[in-house]
Design a protein around this ligand. Structure first.
Ligand SMILES: [Mg+2]
Length: 308
């Protein structure tokens, strides 16, 4: 494979996410198109190889829909800031609310969710594996009607235990990092929904195979991608035979910058299936500092060696 161009950007975030205030990403242009290579910096090379395979993959199946419905995302902000956050997602009728943040109480979560429910009809929450089984059952009961609860606990067995004790749907996100994980989740009856991301699964077709094999409804999500990475998620969501829930692909709204002029941002509640290319002036404006650029180029060189 001939790498024609690689650009490293450091994009400012509007709200800290996973503890980061800047999202670094490498945009790679080959003779087949633009792709994104942005495994989180702490990921080892072997895991990053799947992200690279996804970034270099342009062999996407034909879409079966022209728009992908998307959800708003509300970080663990005070209830008083909910309206301001939701204003960045005009037209979204589903919101995912972060809960169980360290240093906060269940009362904070209940208040935040109530504030979201006043403005958006479909509410789901994401606990990012922070609860024990008992805490999850207590919290889910206190939070009232939800579309689903994403990753209430860390282990697949604990997800299954929570699922047996509540009527709310359970979604598995962190439990699914590699292609065999959704099958385990399905076999243990640990979730009603699986959250799939294109990059960690190694590409759109690989993710579609996972969806098919596990047989559960899929919510396609992003990993804080630029619009180039979002485009691959849109390709997956657009190719799924069924798409009963809004996807977590409206995440460019959480960033204060993007690499394309007309972001795939979900205004209006959905993302159209359309191609995007980076804008040279944006790549230049958000270019990462030289030592970070070199770090990414070194990483790319190492990870290219790991590709099959
Ligand atoms: Mg999640």
């Amino acid at each position: 494979m001939l790498t024609l161009e690689a650009h490293v950007v450091a994009l400012p975030m509007r709200v800290p996410f996973r503890g980061v205030t800047t999202r670094e990403a490498m945009l790679i242009r080959t003779d087949r198109g633009w792709g994104e290579f942005a495994p989180f910096v702490e990921y080892a090379d072997a895991e990053a190889a799947l992200w690279l395979a996804a970034g270099l993959d342009h062999d996407w199946p034909a879409p079966v829909r022209l728009h992908v419905p998307v959800n708003a995302t509300v970080p663990a902000v005070p209830a008083s800031q909910v309206a301001e956050v939701l204003a960045r997602f005009p037209g979204c009728t589903t919101a995912k609310v972060k809960v169980a943040q360290a240093g906060q109480s269940l009362r904070d979560d209940v208040d935040r969710v109530a504030a979201v429910r006043e403005l958006v009809p479909n509410v789901r929450v994401d606990a990012n594996a922070a609860w024990t089984v008992d805490e999850a059952v207590t919290a889910i009961t206190a939070l009232g009607e939800l579309e689903y609860v994403e990753q209430p606990c860390a282990s697949v067995d604990d997800l299954a235990a929570v699922r047996r004790r509540v009527s709310t749907r359970i979604a598995a996100d962190e439990s699914i990092r590699k292609a065999t994980d959704p099958l385990l989740v399905a076999r243990k009856q640990a979730a009603d929904v699986v959250v799939l991301k294109v990059a960690p699964l190694g590409g759109v077709r690989a993710a579609l195979r996972v969806a098919e094999q596990c047989g559960l409804p899929v919510v396609v999500s992003s990993a804080l991608d630029t619009s180039i990475g979002i485009r691959a998620g849109v390709a997956l969501a657009a190719a799924l035979p069924e798409l009963p829930f809004a996807c977590g692909l409206a995440t460019t709204s959480l960033m204060a910058a993007d690499v394309v002029v007309d972001s795939l941002d979900g205004r209006g509640g959905s993302i159209p299936v359309r191609d995007v290319v980076p804008d040279p002036s944006l790549l230049a404006r958000y270019a990462a500092p030289r030592e970070r650029e070199q770090w990414w180029r070194d990483r790319l060189a190492r990870v290219l060696e790991l590709l099959p």
